[in-house]
Write a protein that binds this ligand. Sequence first.
Ligand code: 13P
Length: 252
Amino acid sequence: MRKYLIAGNWKMNLVPSKAKEFAEELVDNLKKINDDIIVMVAPPFTALEGVSNIIKGSKIKLGAQNINDNEDGAYTGEISADMLLDIGVEYVIIGHSERRHIYNENNEFINKKVLKALSKGLKPILCVGELLSERETGDTEKVVREQVVKCLNGVSREQMVNLVIAYEPVWAIGTGKVATPEQAEEVHAFIRKLIEELYDKDTASDLIIQYGGSVKPDNIDGLMVKENLDGALVGGASLKVDSFCRLVNFNK
Ligand code: 13P
């Protein structure tokens, strides 16, 4: 049975001291989490180690927001897989739309990061999703297919058990405009079918596919009842203790 992954992407928010306070509150408030729910937070790099020390021994997992595709060396400003692993990072968000669109990361580059993360034993959360203009021209499936196929190039069936896909329609991110449960389910079902085509039925049915884009306490329940929605990747609403805890304890 697939689990739900409820993940907070803190983006470029919370200085290390505030991040630690916030993590302490989360640990206090999330002592009991259902067995079928995985909770993860992805602080900025500077807060990773502090948060790691606080959530150790709790049910909250640690994620990073990016990774470099090289092993080590002269890559000023970059962070390697080993650096993340050394401080207890388990998941890494790769190909977020903000990285695709603000920092021009393309599918080929994202693919290299996915391969590097998997080869080091990190669990990539591969983000895919269409722009509003692409949805309006009916190109959602074409765009998502291309992203999934190219970003998973060279990923083996065995490695797929460690990978998560997050469907994040770009028009829903930080806009307050959430996809309807039906819109999200349609794309999630499409992605699962595509994974079956690329791998096999078991790989597809075991894959966690998160939805991301303006997920809030008042819309998560309607999203999570959909068959192919296996959790949420949350930005804004993950930055408040009450709202993140409510998201983790969504009503099934
Ligand atoms: P919001 O929840 O703020 O829309 O952000 C979604 C997101 O980008 C998560 O990665």
